[in-house]
Write a protein that binds this ligand. Structure first.
Ligand code: SAH
Ligand code: SF4
Ligand code: F3S
Length: 481
């Protein structure tokens, strides 16, 4: 296993192993030699900076990149003025791409000042050929580009890039493999994301994710359990099981297992006190899952259930494979089964062909379900997706106007929902020192709401009973009980 590997005893003069993850351990040893030589020449260790865009999957991937860089001997820098800068990119909406291009300009200026500097790009945006060719042409100062399917090869790519003066590009179109046993450096010592599956098979018509993350692959339950046991032994109390559609977990395994069955196994792991998961697709949410959530003592009172649109006509054009009625029934069913459950959602405004009536259907669902919080997005055209070539693209001004109305409604309801818990004392996992006021801690309720309360840094990573004094829209002010 990785944690037991002695990199300095690997013979890097020999041919690299062909088996994974041994091959990556070999290249890690090579990177360590490079770092030692750098240190000798420059009288300091090289430093690195990682920047993550996008979702929780990318955040978890970045923890793996960080672990590899640290094992190689790099020190973590606080800013982008570092010797190795890696951006883990997202391409789900156009503005995610624009952010990357914006940052690249800045990096070029830093690189001119630091001749050692290497710049790497990875993640979902790199799976788009148009983005990669633009980078090759206009941002030729980038040193390393790789995609989502070969991220497990990062140690190897790093070793190649550190020893090369030209741009290294390695992008795979797809993969069916999952490499286990690679290291990860957690951002929080007491909570961790855990991938249970990769990729997506749903092809919602607006969405680029299936094209950049490939086909759905589930990890074997024994590998997931082994990882969570290890995390628990390393101080983790909360796990977030990650997948684009966790409700279809296990379908492609040799011994199929449902997501509900997997949750029951995770529940039994000692040391784990909170279990979260995302994302649930409404078309696949089973009664078994609801029953497991209801019975469980560890699964949090939170369900993220993306609606996308309240109009059955638009949902069908989105290829979501449920309609308004199904969603409303489902929301009612889960709320009835699990009374304190918070339901949150994602909504897209301005999908091609969306009329005022369609939009009002979305508003209607928002009012009926009363989401505890909602991420609202302006539709963003993604080249290559079916929706990009649909008739009836909505002018920005109209979409923006609907977006503002939706946001107002969503926020008003979320604030009313938050008020319902004021006056109660509930368990809060203390997560960090408050960023604005260091006499306060910031933590989360089981339902995922944020709470600020006076406490000491020793409490970080522990669950405390907190009295909720006041709700401030989307967070609470509380006090320790
Ligand atoms: N797998 C998850 C979502 C992953 S992407 C699911 O099915 O729910 C996260 C969110 O981004 C989506 O729920 C959707 O609301 C939004 N999104 C995806 N593609 C988009 C696009 N082209 N324009 C605007 N929002 C988009
Ligand atoms: Fe995208 Fe739909 Fe897959 Fe979610 S389920 S990642 S929205 S295609
Ligand atoms: Fe973005 Fe890729 Fe996640 S496109 S939302 S980082 S799966």
């Amino acid at each position: 296993m990785y944690n037991e590997t002695d990199f300095d005893n690997i013979d890097i003069a020999a041919e690299p192993p062909t088996e994974e993850p041994d091959r990556q351990f070999y290249f890690m040893a090579k990177c360590r030699v490079w770092v030692r030589e750098f240190e000798k020449k420059n009288s300091r260790r090289p430093c690195f900076f990682t920047q993550t865009f996008g979702c929780q999957m990318n955040a978890r991937d970045s923890e793996k990149l960080t672990a590899i860089l640290e094992q190689a001997g790099f020190l973590q820098a606080k800013t982008e003025e570092a010797d190795f800068v890696i951006y883990n990119t997202c391409t789900v909406r156009e503005n995610a791409n624009n952010k990357v291009y914006g940052h690249l300009g800045l990096l070029n200026a830093y690189k001119k000042k630091n001749p050692h500097m290497k710049i790497a790009l990875c993640g979902c945006m790199m799976q788009e050929p148009t983005a990669v060719s633009k980078i090759k042409q206009r941002y030729s100062f980038v040193d390393l580009i790789f995609g989502t399917h070969n991220i497990y090869k990062f140690a190897e790519l790093l070793a190649v890039s550190l020893n090369s003066d030209t741009m290294v590009v390695d992008i795979w179109e797809d993969t069916d493999r999952i490499v286990e046993e690679l290291p990860a450096k957690r951002k929080y010592r007491f909570k961790s994301g855990v991938n249970i599956m990769f990729g997506c098979n749903n092809f919602c018509s607006y969405c680029i994710v299936p094209y950049v993350r490939g086909r759905e692959r589930s990890r074997k339950p024994e590998d997931i359990i082994k990882e969570i046991r290890f995390l628990a032994s390393d101080g983790v109390k909360e796990v977030m099981l990650l997948g684009q559609n966790v409700n279809s977990y296990g379908k492609n395994l040799t011994d199929p297992l449902t997501f509900a069955e997997l949750l029951e196994k995770v529940e039994q792991i000692d040391g784990i006190e909170r279990i979260r998961f995302m994302t649930s697709h409404p078309k696949d949410l089973s009664d078994d899952l609801i029953a497991v959530m209801r019975r469980s003592k560890k699964i949090c009172n939170h369900l993220h259930l993306p609606l996308q649109s309240g109009s059955s006509r638009i949902l069908s054009m989105m290829n979501r494979r449920y309609d308004k009625e199904h969603y409303l029934n489902l929301a009612e069913k889960v709320k009835k089964a699990i009374p304190d459950l918070a339901i949150t959602t994602d909504i897209i405004v301005g999908f091609p062909g969306e009329t005022e009536e369609d939009f009002l259907e979305t508003m209607d669902v928002v009012k009926k379900v009363r989401f505890d919080s909602a991420f609202t997005f302006l539709y963003s055209k993604r080249t290559g997706t079916p929706a990009a070539s649909m008739d009836g693209q909505i002018p920005e001004q109209i979409a923006k106007e609907r977006f503002d109305r939706l946001l107002k409604e969503v926020q008003a309801i979320a604030a009313e929902q938050a008020d319902l818990l004021v006056g109660k004392t509930l368990p809060v996992l203390a997560e960090e020192i408050n960023r604005q006021d260091d006499s306060l801690l910031t933590g989360r309720l089981s339902n995922n709401s944020v709470v600020h309360f006076a406490g000491t840094k020793e409490m970080i990573g522990t669950i405390q009973n907190v009295y909720l004094k006041e709700a401030k829209g989307f967070y609470y002010i509380g006090s320790l009980q």
